[in-house]
Write a protein that binds this ligand. Structure first.
Ligand code: OXD
Ligand code: MN
Length: 611
């Protein structure tokens, strides 16, 4: 197509620089046509109908799941691909040892090659979007170009997308360009055509970020964070760079609003590595009377010091892209009920009556299903019916737990920051950091124990600092330094930092703590600490509760189990501190001196504990 047609098609609101960029990308990728997304219901419904007709979507039973659709991806395209995710900063040091670095000049050449003609035979969609409420002070704008209608309808749920965002882009001129192609052109260079697939993608994948020029280019995958570029690519990798340069924080954290029995309102953010129950915590139903928990965000928080000096957070997303398996009326009724209508399901199983199912959804397994690969499935089948990383995409306000202030453009003031990991040993149920620097040390050293099944080494620690390991757009150690800086700005207005561990195990391998709604109990202690209502005991990991201050009423926990939840083994802590020194050493000069000082203090506390 000729590029003047793009100009011709562009909505009146589109600014010249945006139109010029779209033309440039079209000249490279050679789509058949260009569609500027307005975000309307008509547009959505037309795309849904087209995807049903093309076989990308199966419409679910409208009696059971009105407005719901099922997509099945290619078996080779089921998750984020960290090995193909690149930070293309000028200097390798600015990507740091925990990211894949690529030279921006070389990567640009590679991308030019793979994107050349990559959209031929397809429609190129232009998606203007806002991360965060439209026009909010903490919000940011972007434009994703994609050749995937699946991406368009998911972005419509996950972001504020369409004409209102385009108007703001024209007004402010400040937006991040993001280009995505599934990498499956329908016409090749010599004019040979091929049929489309229900889930087109490429074996060759590049998820690339250019922090200096603030651009995203993603090729070859249609799945989740690889393709919905507002989420991990923008709201974490690029936004973490913006945040560093502008004095704020872009974090892989859920955000909660909590109301106490006396009506006092608190807000809390929490960072957890994958597979630690983050969505369940985001929709926590407290078991202790009088406490109410509401959801502001389930995955990402953008936080800025506000006019009163406190730290304010927004959820930059508008929807949840959650893991489906093990979401049930027992584990997370709020999430399950939110999926009743207007939800896109990807890679879950289909029931005979046109509904969805996944492992752990119900006690009883259906006798027959169509599995996520489209094949017949029975309970005797050797593979799961739903892919373990199968997902739901749903608007955030479909969750009954959504807080009334979740879209407040000014954000919510944060009282408490939680860091969690999956630790069988060492880390107590809850402990409070001694100060901000200690909190940064705790966040920097967060880890989960690798299971034998995953890596063959029982007990080895997989570090996931701030749960940001795959999401920090620059050198992780510089990111820690940035956190230390923000702490100086906040001073005594800074949120209090706590570490939690729901996963400590007894010697027989059983979990010591029941988890789920009971997690409200240690959180209650944290909030009472904020209020100055309870004292605490200095311990190796931080300040821990006196047993009588932890609300354990109605729980079937023995005194021995409670003691084990807060037990400290000097030798195990010494060993862990030694490993931490090695871990910091990989960052060389970049590792902040403050964190080495915290490590010294930890050694001193371990020595004192030996007493
Ligand atoms: C997610 C993730 O999908 O963290 O949110 O991987
Ligand atoms: Mn996440």
């Amino acid at each position: 197509m000729t590029t003047h047609l793009i100009t011709f098609n562009a909505p009146a609101e589109a600014p010249a620089d945006l139109v010029a960029w779209v033309e440039k990308v079209a000249e490279l990728t050679l789509p058949d046509q260009v569609h500027w997304c307005d975000g309307s219901l008509e547009e959505r419904d037309r795309l849904y109908a087209e995807m049903v007709a093309s076989g990308t979507f199966t419409k679910l039973n409208p009696e059971k799941r009105p407005g719901c659709y099922l997509a099945r991806s290619a078996p080779s395209d089921v998750a984020r691909v960290e090995s193909r995710t690149f930070i293309c900063s000028e200097h390798p040091d600015d990507a740091g040892p925990t990211n894949n670095w690529a030279s921006p000049a070389e990567m640009r050449e590679t991308l030019k090659g793979v994107f050349a003609g990559s959209m031929s035979g397809r429609t190129m969609f232009v998606i203007p979007f806002s991360m965060g409420p439209l026009g909010g002070d903490i919000s940011r704008l972007g434009v994703e170009i994609t050749d995937s209608p699946y991406v368009v309808v998911n972005m419509r749920i996950m972001t504020r997308m369409g004409t209102p965002a385009l108007k703001l882009i024209a007004e402010t001129g400040d937006w991040v360009p993001a280009v995505h192609s599934v990498g499956y052109p329908l016409v090749d260079a010599d004019g040979t055509t091929r049929d489309d697939l229900a889930w087109p993608c490429s074996d060759d994948k590049y998820i690339t970020h250019f922090p200096e020029t603030r651009e995203i280019w993603s090729y070859g995958s249609g799945y989740g964070g690889n393709a919905l570029l507002g989420k991990k690519c923008y709201a974490l990798r690029i936004a973490s760079v913006l945040a560093r340069d502008e004095g704020w924080l872009a974090e892989h954290m859920l955000v909660l609003k909590i109301t106490g029995p006396d009506g006092r309102v608190y807000h809390l953010t929490a960072a957890f590595p994958s597979a630690c129950g983050k969505t369940n915590l985001a929709m926590l139903r407290p078991t202790i009377p009088g406490w109410r928990v509401e959801t502001v965000g389930d995955d990402i928080a953008w936080m800025r010091p506000g006019p009163d000096g406190r730290l304010y957070a927004i959820n930059p997303e508008a929807g949840f892209f959650g893991v489906a398996p093990f979401t049930s009326l027992k584990t997370n009724p709020t999430a399950l009920l939110a999926l009743d209508h207007d939800t896109i399901f990807t890679n879950v199983a289909l029931t005979d009556d046109g509904d969805v199912w996944w492992e752990g959804m119900t006690d009883e397994t259906p006798a027959h299903l169509i599995d996520w690969t489209g094949k017949d499935w029975t309970p005797g089948s050797p593979t799961p019916a739903a892919h373990p990383n199968s997902r739901f995409t749903v608007r955030a306000d479909q969750a009954s737990s959504i807080a009334d202030d979740w879209e407040n453009p000014a954000g919510v003031p944060i009282d408490v920051i939680l860091f969690g990991g999956r630790r069988a040993t060492n880390i107590p149920l809850i402990s409070e950091s001694y100060d901000w620097e200690h909190g940064v040390f705790v966040g920097a050293t967060v880890a989960s124990e690798q299971t034998a099944a995953a890596e063959g080494t029982v007990g080895a620690l997989r570090r996931d600092p701030f749960a940001m390991l795959p999401f920090c757009g620059y050198n992780m150690a510089d990111y820690w330094a940035h956190w230390l800086e923000v702490g100086k700005t906040l001073g005594d207005k800074a949120p209090r930092i706590f570490q939690v561990n729901w996963f400590r195990k007894d010697t027989d391998g059983s979990y010591l703590w029941p988890g789920f709604g009971e997690n409200s109990r240690p959180i209650e202690w944290a909030l009472r600490r904020v209020n100055g209502e309870v004292a605490a005991i200095d311990a190796i990991s931080g300040r821990i509760p006196a047993v009588e201050d932890l609300n354990l009423e109605g729980l079937d926990l023995s005194a021995d189990q409670v003691a084990k939840l807060f037990a400290f083994d000097n030798d195990a802590w010494s060993a862990e501190a030694d490993v931490t020194a090695e871990y910091f050493a990989q960052f060389g000069e970049h590792a902040p001196a403050e964190l080495y000082a915290e490590l010294d203090k930890l050694h001193a506390r371990i020595e004192a504990h030996k007493g």
